[in-house]
Design a protein around this ligand. Structure first.
Ligand SMILES: Nc1ncnc2c1ncn2[C@@H]1O[C@H](COP(=O)(O)OP(=O)(O)OP(=O)(O)O)[C@@H](O)[C@H]1O
Ligand SMILES: [Mg+2]
Length: 342
């Protein structure tokens, strides 16, 4: 083998074994040694690589190996002693039609199985989250259809309002899931322009006041003048909006936004006067579907999206205890640069 080929073979993350016509392992790369131990020189059957029914794989494959047309074994899930699962692929190398040796690649499946489990968990959580608003939409429509004449206008209006709210919840959940999927696959697209964080804060507060919050619940403080900030205004509005919404929903008292200028960007503090976030759960609250003990109607995706959007801008976000004991969310954004430098 040329020198580079040997290096590649040594560096391969997958275990690679060569097994000769007598069934003896003639070569094993370092990944194979890590997975199986020192196996060179041993009969492959001693490794006890078995299928799901416990049959030793090399022995079972003897007939296929003897057939001149069979050159490749498609990926098979096999089990090593100790119930450790591996994915095996093989090529049979022939000389003059006779089986000469096999090259086997074994891949540890733990990372893949963990990922599959996470996907399955995600699907079941999503299905569960969608089911409760849809059940209520279905319940109210069915009730109204079945007993239309027996309800007064006020009762029908009330039911339509509930249906409307639940439909909004489903729409919001789907929008959040799309954001999560963009974050998870690294496909958050930023359309940057110069953003005034204080103006964005005032816009969010105005929206909250319009929907009934008292204006004196909010304060916006600017500490210094930051450099020109090139950010995606919609995404930063989403970040600030989520944090303000959390402060109102999970916190209490006044909500204070402080925008601190830095030479290379800006930092935003969102403080409330509620109970704050227990430092023991602080590292978890940015994870997907994390909700505190008292569920207040959210899905637990808000802060995951906040972190995803801030990180897409090259920033960081954290939670700490505010000076008054409430929660303090702090995010830092670099100034960024125009998309097409002149
Ligand atoms: N300002 C806050 N004060 C106290 N606890 C908070 C605060 N903000 C967030 N939390 C806790 O963190 C959890 C996760 O917040 P997150 O915004 O991710 O989800 P959510 O608000 O429950 O639902 P969603 O935002 O998806 O509607 C909340 O359920 C709450 O327990
Ligand atoms: Mg939230």
């Amino acid at each position: 083998m040329p020198a580079e080929a040997v290096d590649v073979y040594d560096e391969l993350p997958d275990a690679v074994l060569v097994v000769d016509a007598h069934g003896t392992v003639t070569s094993a790369n370092p990944a194979a040694v890590r997975l199986l131990g020192e196996v060179a020189g041993l009969p492959f059957t001693e490794l006890r690589v078995c299928d799901a029914e416990g049959r030793e794989w090399w022995g079972c494959e003897a007939a296929a190996r003897a057939m001149a047309g069979v050159r490749a074994v498609p990926e098979r899930r096999l089990v090593l002693p100790g119930e450790r699962a591996v994915l095996l692929t093989a090529r049979y190398v022939r000389s003059g039609g006779r089986f000469d040796h096999a090259v086997l690649a074994l891949r540890d499946t733990r990372a893949r199985e963990r990922m599959e489990r996470q996907h399955a968990d995600l699907i079941s959580t999503v299905a569960h989250e969608l089911r409760s608003p849809l059940t209520s939409v279905k319940g109210f429509t069915a009730t109204m259809l079945a007993r239309w004449d027996r309800f007064g206008d006020e009762q029908k209006k009330q039911m339509l309002e509930w249906i409307n709210n639940d439909a909004d919840r489903v729409t919001r959940l789907l929008a959040e899931l799309l954001d999560v999927s963009r974050i998870d696959s690294g496909r958050v697209e930023l359309h940057t322009q110069v953003v005034d964080l204080a103006a964005l804060g005032h816009k969010i507060v105005a929206g909250r006041v319009a929907s009934g919050e008292p204006v004196d619940r909010f304060a916006i403080v600017e500490d210094g003048v930051p450099p020109e900030l090139w950010l995606d205004p919609d995404k930063i509005e989403q970040v600030l909006g989520n944090l303000v919404e959390n402060a109102l929903r999970h916190g209490a008292g006044a909500v204070r936004l402080t925008i601190v200028a830095h030479p290379d960007g800006a930092e935003v503090l969102v403080d409330d006067e509620g109970e704050g976030v227990d430092p023991a759960v602080a590292p978890r609250i940015f994870s997907k579907f994390y909700r505190g003990k008292a569920s207040r109607g959210g899905t637990g995706l808000g802060l995951y999206i906040v972190r995803g959007m801030v990180e897409a801008h090259g920033g960081t976000v954290a939670v700490e205890s505010g000076p008054g004991g409430g929660a303090r969310f702090r995010f830092r954004l670099p100034a960024g640069a125009p998309p097409h430098p002149a």
